[in-house]
Design a protein around this ligand. Structure first.
Ligand code: MF3
Ligand code: CO
Ligand code: CO
Length: 264
């Protein structure tokens, strides 16, 4: 059985795994430019994870996924497969999702990058996706019902006239990539456990500019919006602490604090 509450020694390892995943996103930033293909981005991340960090890329071979990271461009919602023929173009919005294993423990994080100058809509979509994640993280503390996370995200996204993808959730994480509990990004009171100190899970809302429906491509992995509208996602792995939460995958350039104290 997977323990939903982590021990001190597990938390220590999860802090290291989270930091490492975040460092991959920091490292790759300068390579995200027009004309580079996504296979090359995959290779740079793979080599950095394996050679520099002595860690394992968690996506590689996961249920048969063929590459080390996911790269999802424009109307791709998630699980895009890096490939030589896919070349970043001016104006693209790109999600890079990094998951690694270090000392048998997983870290999982993703963020959006802009290729050149994004459109007003692209920028706003990414901002709303990130803000919905941040807003939900700022509310987390022991005693809070789990469904509140999804409620906060859904309300904020709807208020901004975008939509939340329902097919994919955040997840508990530890010695397994995906563990209990499921973290829905929309309100559902059946999904109702109470948050406790020592829980570690991801929050990773996928937000569409148009309708929430998605479809899977013939490759069996790539998920796109059904209406071809743009999609954006941000993901963090977090630890519930005594008074709030710690963002285990926090990156240096983020505007949110890595240690959140929730006084409400
Ligand atoms: N990183 C994704 C998540 O956030 C999972 C990707 S699975 C893969 O849960 F096989 F597509 F890599
Ligand atoms: Co995840
Ligand atoms: Co991920």
């Amino acid at each position: 059985m997977n323990r939903i509450i982590k021990t001190e020694s597990e938390i220590k390892k999860m802090r290291m795994s989270g930091k490492l995943a975040a460092e991959v996103l920091e490292m790759i930033e300068k390579y995200i430019q027009p004309k580079i293909n996504t296979e090359d981005i995959n290779t740079i991340c793979h080599d950095y994870i394996v050679n520099k960090k002595k860690a394992i890329p968690a996506c590689l071979g996961y249920h048969g996924f063929p590459k080390s990271i996911c790269i999802s461009i424009n109307d791709v919602v998630c699980h895009g497969i890096p490939n030589k023929k896919q070349i970043f173009q001016e104006g693209d919005i790109v999600n890079i999702d990094i998951a690694i294993i270090k000392n048998q423990y997983y870290g999982d994080t993703s963020k959006m990058f802009f290729i050149g100058t994004p459109s007003v809509l692209s920028k706003r979509l990414c901002q709303v996706a990130q803000d919905s994640l941040y807003l939900s993280l700022k509310s987390i503390k022991p005693g809070m019902p789990l469904y509140k996370i999804g409620e906060i995200i859904e309300n904020y996204v709807k208020k901004n006239n975008f939509s939340v993808v329902k097919e994919y959730c955040g997840h508990g994480i530890g010695r397994n990539f995906h563990e209990e509990p499921h973290i829905l990004h929309y309100a559902n009171k059946e999904n109702n456990i109470t948050l406790k100190k020592g829980m570690i899970f991801t929050v990773e809302p996928m937000i569409n500019a148009g309708n929430p429906q998605v479809t899977c491509m013939k490759d069996g992995w790539t998920i796109k919006t059904k209406d071809h509208s743009l999609s954006a996602q941000y993901e963090h792995t977090i630890l519930v602490t005594e008074y709030g939460c710690d963002i285990l995958t926090w990156q240096k350039n983020e505007t949110i604090s890595p240690k959140l104290i929730n006084k409400h």
